[in-house]
Write a protein that binds this ligand. Sequence first.
Ligand code: TXA
Ligand code: MG
Length: 354
Amino acid sequence: VDIIKRLSAKEPARTSGGFSVRTYRDNSNDVAEVCAHLKEGHVIALPTETVYGLAGDASKPETCQQIFKIKGRPLIDPLIVHIADLSQIELLAEWNPLAQRLADHFWPGALTLILKKKPRVPDIVTAGLNTVAIRMPAHPLMQKVLRTSGLCLAAPSANPFGYVSPTSAQHVIDSLGDRIIGVLDGGECQIGIESTIIDVSDGQTLRLLRPGGITRERIEQATGVTVVQPLPSQCKAQNEPITAPGMLARHYSPHTPLSLFAYRNTPTFNAESTEQAVLWFQRPSNAQRIPTVEHFWLTEDGNLAEAAHNIFNLLRRLDQGAFSHVFVEKAPDAGLGLAINDRLRRAAERANPS
Ligand code: TXA
Ligand code: MG
């Protein structure tokens, strides 16, 4: 299978439903129009360097409600607020020196900070928590929209709740095209995996709530503070109340059943089935490429950033391949591999069959 050909194939947009989605581009007219829509309280999908976000004015509760509705997301799962400038923090959260150190190193970029919230942040944004998630994204087009509109934008990933996150405008159109009025096309997301979420709300400890585009190692190096990871017991099943938000076991899930196998191992295929595929971490050798199954891979030569960049695109492609089962090799468990394996584990988790 020619992976490049598969990656560049385009499907037609879905046109059913009430909306026909308009694609906006990187020019001043389109950016002005997108900003006008956002200021009126509309929801538009916007590019970031991690994944596309489903964005709306964070100060408007009705707009935020609309975001939850479009995504089909439960109201107990809070949103990230995106800013262009540190001066906006003052309105939103209690800042502290450790947060400042993280911002100095990693903003703009793929790091979300959990901070104590200020009262003017609507409760719907934070799902009633006393903390708020804040990120300053690096994507130039997202920054242009944030600066031109002057808004703080609440934005979860622009996918239906529980499905694979979008890393291109086409992904957004494929799964939300009949539910939104517009998507701003900023090309393929460079990082391709969501931001790392760190709770720094007490100003002393760094709690990793979600591994992501910025590795734990880099955060420890920049701050000299050890990053603590919450216990797996805090990862709740989908229908239980969330005590540690962002920790739903099943997430990012394609419809095709996936099973994971260890890095550099070989899966056990079902001899009866002819519709199996393997998603290798790295391009498989000829010996590994047994002919009765289809082969895909995240990276040519084991580069973790390349693997992160490709993962969501490949999970979506695999879903279109009508495979009965896909075997997925885990990434090495270090650096960005932790975020990749986190997404793979959640993608493979099936909803409780009872
Ligand atoms: O890279 C990203 O972070 C992307 C882009 C669009 O910025 N956004 C993103 O948003 O991934 P979302 O909503 O799909 O995931 C954000 C996670 C959620 O799982 C939510 O539970 C968690 O952040 N979160 C938000 N506010 C929180 C809070 N106050 N405390 C703990 N977790 C929070
Ligand atoms: Mg998401």
